[in-house]
Ligand binder design. Structure first.
Ligand code: AGP
Length: 611
């Protein structure tokens, strides 16, 4: 969603602000703006639409200044417009600020300010904070900020400029991410490390409730009690090229093609290939804890939820532990059943690429409040979910820029494979030999994924041939149904085509009425025990005129007119990952056929940091 950048140094801030905002474009936005402190006040440029339009504005009317802030806005309070676009100011333009998150009590605060005669130019919750800071200004911005933060309810990352301290950025965070980069005689601020990679990898990760006073030469942290806090800077391992397209037309295709590498990286982190054992130091359960584990609840959103559904199947089948996969936005409001009030042996697991998804974070907090041990899968070091969880397993997918999640999903499912096998082994469900064999099977994944990627022209041809198709159903059973869910989500988010996933056996209970000769039905069929059943369902839809695609085990008796994308030599637990790669490519090439904005699909944001 929204993105924040800030710079203070000895050189012009403008270049970093614009480049930093471009690096955050992938998060989704509909307007953008920057402000810099100049001798005669704030210089401000804003544009509705893309960063390129903002850049044109700046080229037409250049701005100077060595300390500034910038923002990409994804509209929540008020439509995309110049008035609503950040930065926002107080009436006298002494204070400028950018904000991510939502100020939940803004209406009440706004009414109080209006009673005092303050007038507003925007419909945003953010402007309320700028006006509040001005009205309550006392001594200096740090003191004022401490006072005003106590009045705010909701989530926020704020970066503030005060004309009284022209080289200083005042930052505050509560449930919304912020990173501070250390440069040579300068400091950078951003809502996401991707904006900083070209400039520095030496960063501070402020914690919830931190205030940071950032000048060219230092960053000093304070708590809400006003006392100084010690924070240690860390080095981020992601490199610049990981956040660039490197010759690919889109980040989505680049990230699909990176999967052999990121799967290999994740395997190397968790598995010792010298003797095919799991590296215990990276696993969340001790042998004792694994034996005592009675139940696992997984909560996540979107694609990460689908990974959670895969996790449920893997953990139940391998380790025999009862597992629930929940949509986080539902879980957070669900009735707490008696069993959860006594969470002995009941563990919670949040799955999130960004580690910042608001609903997943709320689900994790609820589980912790109930006394459960909270685990997390995160792709981002230091993200809120990673910090608040008791134990984190990291996916080593590198930065995922395309809004459609691809490589993060595969690494999340891989983590579930490793976790399920580890639990199964520790609980005595599989022997040392069986564990080694399964780990060797996982090690084949990079090669198998690569061989699918090598045939991507076939998928592209199919997408071209079927570009007129407007309704696409994915069907499958058990894990294949989960792959269907993920395949349908991927297709609809990047191509805007109507696509749905159904459990194959459920079609004839209603949905089969929609099938006609204009419908494509794609069956995912990798699970040996129900293969024949899914093939029968394919015959049923074929009889009603649908045209067919099968991703999975080629049928012994070919189905006339059915295109097959084969998956061979993969057992039940790795075949779904391979089927997903075909589906990702299909979504990508279909979206290309339709000329869609693949990396930044309409209405979508990469990181959903509001409810
Ligand atoms: C996936 O393609 C989506 N864009 C979306 O469903 C995403 O997976 C979801 O918002 C969860 O994000 P997270 O993994 O960062 O928590």
């Amino acid at each position: 969603m929204c993105g924040i950048v800030g710079f203070t140094g000895k050189t012009s801030c403008c270049e970093f602000l614009l480049k930093g905002l471009s690096a955050l474009e992938y998060r989704g936005y509909d307007s953008a703006g920057i402000a810099a402190v100049q001798a005669d006040g704030f210089a401000v440029r804003k544009a509705v639409g893309r960063i390129d339009q903002l850049r044109e504005e700046v080229e037409k009317n250049p701005i100077s200044g060595v300390c500034g802030i910038g923002h990409t806005r994804w509209a929540t309070h008020g439509k995309p417009s110049l008035e609503n676009c950040h930065p926002h100011f107080d009436i006298d333009r002494r204070i400028a600020l950018v904000h991510n998150g939502i100020i939940e009590n803004y209406a009440e605060l706004k009414a109080q300010l209006m009673e005092k005669g303050v007038s507003f130019v925007s419909e945003t919750d953010t402007e309320v904070v700028a006006q509040l800071l001005a009205v309550h200004y006392e001594n200096d911005m740090k003191t004022t900020l401490l006072k005003v933060l106590g009045m705010l309810k909701g989530s926020f990352a704020l970066v503030i400029l005060d004309r009284c301290a022209p080289d200083t950025l005042y930052c505050a965070r509560s449930h919304s991410p912020l990173v501070i980069g250390v440069g040579q005689g300068c400091h950078y601020v951003a809502s996401d490390v991707c904006a900083l990679l070209e400039y520095t990898r030496n960063v501070y990760l402020p914690e919830d409730g931190d205030i940071a006073v950032v000048t060219p030469g230092s960053t000093v942290f304070y708590g809400l009690d006003g006392k100084e806090r010690k924070r240690v800077n860390v080095t981020i391992s992601w490199d610049t090229s990981a956040a660039q397209k490197n010759g690919f037309d889109h980040f989505m295709l680049k990230e699909i093609c990176e999967q052999p590498q990121v799967i290999a990286d994740t395997l190397a982190h968790y598995i010792d290939s010298a003797d095919y054992t799991i590296r215990r130091e990276h696993m969340p359960f001790t042998p004792e804890q694994a034996k005592q584990l009675k139940e696992l609840t997984i909560a996540a959103c979107g694609t990460a939820y689908h990974a959670g559904c895969m996790g449920k199947a893997l953990i139940e089948q391998f380790a025999g532990v009862r597992t629930d996969a929940c949509v986080a936005s539902e879980y957070r409001y669900q009735t707490v059943v008696e069993q959860e009030r006594n969470p002995e042996g009941h563990v919670f697991l949040a799955v999130s690429q960004s580690g910042e998804t608001a609903d997943t974070l709320a689900a994790l907090r609820k589980a912790k409040q109930l006394g459960m041990r909270a685990l997390a899968f995160s792709n981002v070091i230091g993200a809120s979910i990673a910090r608040e969880a008791d134990t984190v397993m990291y996916t080593l997918a590198g930065p995922e820029i395309a809004v459609a999640s691809t490589k993060a999903y595969l690494t999340q499912v891989l983590l579930f494979e490793i976790l399920a096998l580890d639990l199964a082994h520790l609980r005595g469900k599989i022997s040392d030999e069986e564990l080694k064999d399964a780990l060797k099977t996982l090690m084949s994944l990079p090669r198998q994924i690569q061989s699918i990627l090598n045939q991507r022209a076939i998928v592209e041809d199919f997408a071209r041939a079927n570009r007129a198709c407007h309704d696409i159903f994915f069907i499958g059973r058990l894990m294949d149904y989960t792959t269907s869910l993920e395949s349908a989500l991927k297709l609809k988010e990047v191509s805007y085509l109507h696509s749905e996933a159904y459990p194959a056996g459920e079609l004839k209970h209603g949905t089969i009425a929609l099938i006609d000769e204009r419908t494509l039905v794609a069956a995912i069929a990798t699970q040996p025990q129900i293969l024949e059943k899914t093939l029968s369902n394919m015959q049923e839809v074929k009889a009603r005129g649908a045209y067919l695609l099968l991703i999975g085990t080629p049928p012994q008796t070919p189905i006339e007119g059915c295109t097959v994308w084969p998956i061979e030599d993969a057992p039940w637990y790795t075949a779904p990952l391979l089927a997903t790669v075909y589906a990702q490519l299909f979504a990508y090439y279909t979206a290309r056929q339709h000329g869609c904005d693949i990396d930044k699909p309409r209405n979508l944001a990469k990181s959903v940091t509001v409810e």
